[in-house]
Write a protein that binds this ligand. Structure first.
Ligand SMILES: Cc1cc2nc3c(=O)[nH]c(=O)nc-3n(C[C@H](O)[C@H](O)[C@H](O)COP(=O)(O)OP(=O)(O)OC[C@H]3O[C@@H](n4cnc5c(N)ncnc54)[C@H](O)[C@@H]3O)c2cc1C
Length: 402
């Protein structure tokens, strides 16, 4: 385990299209660590494609755009010898390699080992509308004054229970099918229900987390400390596609995250329909019993629209976009003949031997719910497949599989 490293790269043997290890810098020294079996990239939706691209695996056009030299398969011998101090070693078996720093590339170089146009593309993200809050006449929401007591603190400290055990006031999740859903048994909208709102804490924390401007916060001032709740709707299978793109060949530079949220009109239509569904929820007898009412205000920037019309809600969503940090598919799984895909069904990178990706980036389609559990499953499945491929399964696990 090496922590506090910089400039990570996957080392690719261009003669054999094979990942042979990783290089990185630590405490001012460059290291190459050679893999005895294979290299597994598991750095998440942003960093995994970045790492692949910095290692020369990605859209060749993009990498060339950064002014990078290329060493595609079929490049001449002389080109390769220019890249590495001792080319002969690359043709020998990686297991014969000793630790060496001969192969470290400088930060301004990337040599394209594999043209994989899908790396960094096709990002799916769960984004929807925020800023839609409801007040209640009954004290049913979470309130800092009411809920932060000696008793609730003790209950949380000693039993891990009570109101403070609530995950950020998130009390419920609904899955519904929009008019655009092709299969009513496979909902395409998720609604998070929270028993707090932007001003439940009087503006102390939550509004700062959301980075609300003073102008927008002003319109929520009347909500301060009041009882209420929020509902956050978002399409679970968005059609818009984002992208992770290198800004330069410098590994220290963060990549561009191009969200393209709501670029596909259907994503917005589904969100607007879902917002209108929230209004119906607020009108149900159960909600009326607690005196639920929409906190009606006009979001700055949307004054030109008739309040609560479709156009208004679209404007509201574009101004108060709520990211759920569920991103996926920047190294998506699929058959090699599809240029948009990056890994096969065993998570192996197309065209590069001994290299796998195992994280949310491999999802061929974003899951229709929160992503964490699926990521754990991807890790578990990856571990099983790696053991299987290297005949590392124990007798017990083989038996369990039967
Ligand atoms: C604020 C927030 C709230 C969320 N809430 C929920 C929720 O309530 N429910 C839910 O289901 N999901 C939630 N998610 C989404 C969920 O956390 C992610 O989908 C999931 O963690 C992704 O798993 P992963 O393995 O792909 O990547 P990650 O969990 O991001 O793991 C990647 C790891 O790689 C490390 N790494 C990156 N680059 C390098 C490098 N160069 N060298 C070494 N290590 C590196 C990172 O530090 C990180 O630890 C939330 C996400 C965020 C950000």
């Amino acid at each position: 385990m090496q922590t506090n490293i910089s400039k990570p790269q996957v080392l690719v043997d261009p003669a054999h299209d094979r990942a042979v290890g990783v290089s990185f810098r630590r405490a001012g020294r460059d290291y190459d660590v050679l893999a005895s079996k294979e290299v597994i990239v598991s750095a998440g939706v942003v960093e995994s494609p970045k790492l692949l691209m910095l290692s020369g695996i990605g859209p060749a056009d993009e990498l060339r755009r950064l002014g990078l030299s290329t060493c595609l398969k079929g490049a001449t011998e002389s080109k390769r010898t220019k890249l590495f101090d001792d080319d002969a070693q690359w043709t020998s078996s990686p297991s014969n390699f000793a630790l060496t720093s001969n192969y470290a590339l400088t930060s301004s170089q990337i040599h394209v080992s594999k043209d994989l146009p899908g790396v960094g593309k096709n990002m799916r993200s769960h984004v929807g509308a925020g800023g839609i809050y409801f007040t209640t006449s009954q004290p049913v929401g979470m309130s800092l004054f009411r809920d932060l007591t000696i008793r609730s603190l003790a209950s949380y400290a000693f039993r891990g229970g009570g109101q403070l055990n609530s995950p950020g006031g998130l009390e419920g999740i609904a899955f519904i099918s929009s008019n655009y859903s092709t299969d009513p048994t496979w909902p395409d909208v998720e609604i998070l229900f929270g028993s707090t709102h932007i001003a439940s804490d009087g503006g102390l924390v939550y509004r700062r987390l959301l980075n609300l401007t003073e102008e927008v916060w002003e319109t929520y001032r009347d909500l301060r400390w009041r009882d209420g709740f929020m509902m956050l709707p978002f399409p679970t299978r968005p059609k818009s596609r984002g992208q992770i793109r290198l800004r330069s060949a410098n590994p220290e530079e963060d990549p561009e995250i191009i969200g393209n949220y709501f670029k596909h009109p259907e994503d917005m239509q589904i969100t607007v329909d879902a917002i209108k569904f929230l209004m119906k929820i607020a009108e149900t007898p159960a909600m009326k019993e607690v005196g639920a009412e929409l906190y009606a205000h006009t979001l700055p920037g949307c004054e030109q629209h008739t309040r609560f019309s479709d156009a208004y809600w679209e404007c509201h969503t574009r101004h108060f976009t709520y990211l759920h940090w569920h991103d996926s598919s920047t190294c998506q799984m699929g058959p090699e003949y599809n240029p948009e895909t990056v890994v096969d069904s065993r998570l192996r990178v197309h065209g590069i031997n001994s290299l796998r990706v195992a994280d949310a980036s491999i999802m061929p389609e974003i899951v229709s719910g929160d992503t964490q559990a699926a990521c754990i499953m991807i890790g578990e499945k990856a571990a099983s497949m790696i053991k299987e491929d290297h005949q590392l399964l124990t007798a017990r696990s083989r038996l369990l599989r039967i």
